[in-house]
Design a binder for this molecule. Structure first.
Ligand SMILES: Cc1ncc(C[n+]2csc(CCOP(=O)(O)OP(=O)(O)O)c2C)c(N)n1
Length: 639
């Protein structure tokens, strides 16, 4: 039954139905998709602007290519909602996108055969697509492989590394450069300027579009056109300086209007049938079709729920400030006092809070694009000359620079401060975005000092402490608001590797990191009231170095030690505690609470995901009770 609001879209069960649609229905289909995106994302939140920008492009891709036989690889895949709607996922699960039991906000190989590749981190599409195209060539297949990359994906090293290999690896690959001039913020860097020149250079455009007719009118032009058409690089390069892509061995077409369906279809057919790697430069408008998203591309890149009429956010901002703002504002204060301090972001000025530094001290701010490896190495170079870099990268995205952390920061023992927001869960985004690995991976690197504040005031103390140190430091903190504590007017220096005893106890001692400190305090109250137990609580502050002397002293006296962390158990903070006790031959049982050894899905909120993983307060409480009753069966994990 066609639905009243979506008469065409509701009839699309899969890509075959799109191919069957008459041309004159396509515009209406596009409108319905836009309405569906706006109404769903206004309730669930999500990536509105990028998806509104690729409505025509995605329809055209499904008219010309046939998934799942052909592979469409979307970079980051935050713009994959339209693809989901057209590949059999326009049902109640789409209405619950990013929520418990709803679709993922990104493409996922486990969600649909039409999702050739899963992603969430930027810059992976071209490499993955090149791998698929090369595998096809080796296996003798004839399917098509298409990489859909945003303009900001070309600020990623991996994209450029893949581009460097395209011509050597395959004879056939379609690359779509979806250019809307925006990353999350305005795109940055030389490539972005270059793409802008391709779009705006009137000479280039005019010659490109009119080259045939111009040549026909000039003496000898016919002949030139004929030669050009047969020439290896085509007629365009005769009169137009060839694009950078042609130097990489990839034929460039464009720029074309990415909202003109017939034009897109025509060019995609051509690209599909080409016997060489091609890049089609498509110009789109982020937020197309929804005024507020066009006017505010940054805030509608990924939005929280909003009122459709006004575009205003539904989440009322009250209460404690976000960690990112506390960080950003504190950094401004430190940077005003010390001009050698600079802030570095990889395309996330607002998300990290570095926007405050940009607004007040733009000369002490760098946005390097989606280039985390470069951000870290760039900081290393700066610090060799006495500059004090503060690198603000989400926990999950810093994973990309693991080698630079080891080889360029810690091995060189350089005083760079890393501030990792979104440590812990990013519930709606899911496994690509949860920041659960950093405690474990940083703990393994010599010279690193790794810490986590229990509240926003302690975050500033940790920044202050780090900026006074002469070695690499890492501070992790969660997404969202602080605790609402009173902020000291002047931060204080913390003693490195010293934990804070919040309360003493004889029956159990809990060592906790970051927000888990408050969970530990709550658990201790319940254990006292409901079980009559005396529970010690320690704010560990440092996961590296650990406060060994306090830990050993307490472990010698306590029947049970509990560790709590918002990170993976494997190799994490609890592991550090166990290793320390084992090395000292202390056999006190340790009950470790943290995330089990499996990827954590997306969900509506932190509470429901914790519940699923056995990390609700009740589950943690019963785990502790079990261990107290049978302490020798300990050394357990929470799953
Ligand atoms: C490694 C990594 N760093 C940062 C991000 C955050 N991020 C998500 S989308 C995006 C911008 C993508 O811009 P572009 O590729 O041009 O696509 P558009 O959204 O404009 O369609 C950024 C910086 C990420 N997903 N992965």
């Amino acid at each position: 039954m066609p639905s009243r609001h979506y008469p065409i879209l509701s009839q699309i069960q899969g890509p075959a139905d799109i191919k069957d649609l008459p041309d004159e229905s396509l515009k209406a289909l596009g409108n319905e998709i836009r309405n569906k995106l706006i109404s769903t994302i206004s309730v669930n939140g999500g990536h509105l602007g990028p998806n509104l920008g690729v409505v025509e492009l995605t329809i055209a891709l499904h008219r010309v290519f046939s998934t799942p036989e052909d592979q469409l690889v979307f970079d980051t895949s935050h713009q994959g909602y339209v693809h989901k709607l057209l590949t059999g996922r326009n049902h109640s699960d789409f209405d619950r996108i990013r929520k418990n039991d709803g679709l993922s906000g990104f493409l996922s190989r486990s969600e649909s055969a039409h999702d050739a590749y899963g992603a969430g981190h930027a810059g992976t599409a071209l490499s993955a697509a090149l791998g698929m195209a090369t595998a096809r060539d080796r296996l003798g297949g004839d399917e098509h492989v298409v990489a859909v990359c945003g303009d900001a994906a070309f600020t990623c090293g991996i994209t450029m590394e893949a581009l460097n290999n395209v011509a050597a690896s395959t004879k056939r690959l379609v690359i779509i450069l979806n250019d809307n001039e925006w990353s999350i913020a305005k795109n940055v860097g030389a490539i972005s300027k270059y793409l802008n020149e391709l779009i705006t250079n009137p000479l280039y455009n005019r010659l490109h579009h009119d080259v045939g007719s111009i040549l026909q009118k000039v003496p000898g032009g016919e002949q030139l056109l004929k030669i050009g058409k047969n020439a290896e690089k085509g007629w365009k390069s005769i009169v137009v300086p060839s694009s950078i892509f042609e130097h990489y061995g990839v034929r460039y077409f464009g720029p074309i209007d990415g909202h003109d369906l017939p034009l897109l279809t025509h060019h995609l057919e051509f690209a599909r049938d080409a016997n060489e790697p091609v890049i089609l430069h498509v110009v789109t408008k982020k937020g197309k079709g929804y005024g507020p998203a066009v006017q505010h591309p940054e805030s509608f890149h990924g939005t929280s729920p909003f009122e459709i009429g006004s575009g205003k956010s539904k989440s009322v901002k009250q209460g404690p400030p976000n960690f990112q703002d506390v960080f950003g504002k504190a950094l401004v204060r430190f940077a005003k006092k010390d001009p050698s301090i600079v802030g570095i972001t990889g395309a996330m000025p607002s998300g990290t809070g570095l926007i405050h530094l940009y607004n007040e001290l733009p000369d002490q701010f760098y946005d390097v694009g989606i280039a985390e490896e470069h951000a870290v190495l760039f900081a290393a170079g700066l610090s060799t000359k006495g500059i004090r870099p503060v690198v603000a990268i989400y926990s999950t995205f810093l994973q990309r620079a693991f080698d630079q952390l080891i080889h360029d920061i810690c091995l060189q023992d350089l005083p760079v401060l890393f501030c990792m927001d979104r440590a812990g869960l990013s519930p709606n985004d899911g496994p690509t975005h949860h920041g659960l690995f950093d405690i474990a991976y940083i703990r393994s690197i010599p010279n690193a000092t790794s810490m986590q504040p229990k509240d926003e005031d302690e975050l500033v103390d940790m920044m202050h402490t780090s900026l006074s140190m002469d070695s690499p430091t890492f501070i992790r903190y969660p997404r969202g608001t602080g605790v609402g504590v009173k902020m000291k007017s002047r931060p204080r220096l913390l003693e490195i590797g010293k934990a804070e005893i919040l309360q003493e106890g004889d029956d159990v001692v809990i060592w906790a990191l970051g927000p888990m400190v408050h969970e530990a305090l709550e658990l201790s109250v319940r254990l006292k009231i409901e079980d009559g137990l005396s529970v010690g609580v320690v704010n560990a502050r440092f996961s590296k170095p650990l406060d060994k002397s306090l830990l050993l002293k307490q472990a010698r006296q306590s029947p049970l030690m509990v560790t709590m962390e918002d990170g993976v158990l494997s190799g994490g903070f609890g592991s550090a505690v166990l290793e320390t006790l084992s090395d000292a031959h202390i056999r006190t049982p340790v009950y470790r609470i943290g995330w089990p050894d499996r990827f954590v899905d997306h969900g509506s909120d932190v509470a429901s995901l914790r519940e699923d993983a056995g990390l609700s307060q009740d589950s943690m409480l019963s785990g502790i009770r079990d261990k107290l009753q049978s302490p020798q069966e300990v050394f357990s994990e929470t799953d």
